[in-house]
Unconditional design. Sequence first.
Length: 204
Amino acid sequence: MRISRQTVLAARTCAICERTLLVGERSVRYSPNGEDFVDVCPLCQDEALDHGWLKEGSPTTPVVADRRRKRLGPLGSLFESRKPPAERVVDEPILRRLSEPEKAMVEAAEIFNGSAFRRTVAGIAKSLGEPKVSVVPLSGVNAEVVISVVWDISWYQYRVTPESGQPVRLAERGHDPRELESMFTSWNAKLTAEGRIAPDISPL
């Protein structure tokens, strides 16, 4: 098939990491809701399965998402993943003493740490060193949290919406940290050696 300019412009992106797929790169289609299908790159296929997405052509039943499982009550345990629970950023006794904005920060960090974007920033950190990080809850009904990961020559900004079908998305990125609004440059978190976002919250 002849590759035209229009073909190149209509480039596909991975539904999880949002990376533009290379021409000729094979992707696998998954359904997040059992109806519509999206492209997933080879690196993110495990992440799609972890989210319970259904692979195109698969005869199996997709895994029930956490929020749906809670509504199912005792029957939800039948659909529970066998994977061990991820390490929490802050343990439960401390969470009860946190303010609402601090709880939102902790929850957003946990969601981000369970996403494919964690591997992205961890990989960049290996080349550029430790970044500056801010976690900022926004006011409003949707309880959205903005996570900014900033190096001297590059920055990435993610939006975390816990109740969304895609709870973490890459919102913006750039090269000059001065492009960021001042509200996102109060560095109140760090990136650990394992690539996890950890808010700077006192346990006391």
